[in-house]
Write a protein that binds this ligand. Structure first.
Ligand SMILES: Cc1cc2nc3c(=O)[nH]c(=O)nc-3n(C[C@H](O)[C@H](O)[C@H](O)COP(=O)(O)O)c2cc1C
Length: 189
């Protein structure tokens, strides 16, 4: 049976989009159709697609310690679906990207998780262990889950072009995150 996974994201400058693409790559397997919806330009047809999806993965950059305004607009607009209980029991997950290592982005993840809970969805966290560091180690750029986030996927982008930020480790983590969501979605179907 085919499962549909949709990544509903916003990205002002392309970094979160890069992460979304890696999540999509990881989620792709034989039984899964994966698509991306930029929520800042969402159409009526795309809202219908979300209703039919098995899983929705939410992704927003962190702006001023919270989800970006276009993503928040999407959250508010989803209240129509909330009324109709359209997304109940769908698999949900979330990711955020920010400029600082912390940048208060846990707040954004909590917003995405709360959105999923309001809709009665089933939240799946990030399953990869963070790097095992000691002394004065700093997590290398190619480390998986170098930020050590578990409630969802966190990535960090220096103020550089999306061609080089976020790091290879963050993009690998995003891929593994997508794979996990696809596997769990398949289990639920
Ligand atoms: C309006 C605005 C607010 C921002 N606020 C934060 C913040 O609170 N914390 C942080 O770490 N980075 C912050 N940043 C940096 C972005 O999170 C970072 O540039 C990110 O890569 C942007 O993702 P995007 O390219 O998908 O838009 C902010 C950037 C903008 C434009």
């Amino acid at each position: 049976m085919t499962h549909s996974i949709i990544i509903a994201y916003h990205s002002g400058y392309g970094h979160t989009k890069k992460v979304a693409e890696s999540v999509a790559k990881g989620a792709q397997n034989g039984d899964t159709t994966v698509s991306m919806i930029d929520v800042s330009t969402i159409t009526d047809n795309q809202w219908d697609e979300l209703d039919k999806a098995s899983a929705i993965i939410f992704g927003s950059p962190t702006y001023m310690g919270s989800a970006s305004a276009p993503f928040k607009t999407f959250m508010d607009a989803s209240s129509k679906k909330w009324f109709e209980r359209k997304w109940v029991n769908k698999i949900a997950a979330g990711f955020t990207n920010s400029g600082s290592l912390s940048g208060d982005k846990q707040v954004t993840l909590q917003q995405l998780m709360t959105l999923a809970m309001q809709h009665g969805m089933i939240w799946v966290g990030q399953g990869e262990m963070g790097p095992n560091m000691s002394g004065t180690d700093v997590a290398p750029a190619d480390a998986v889950n170098r930020i050590g986030s578990y409630s969802g996927l966190m990535t960090q982008s220096n103020n550089e072009s999306p061609d080089i930020a976020p790091t290879s480790g963050d993009l690998k983590t995003a891929e593994l995150f997508g794979k996990r969501i696809a596997e769990i979605t398949a289990r639920f179907k």
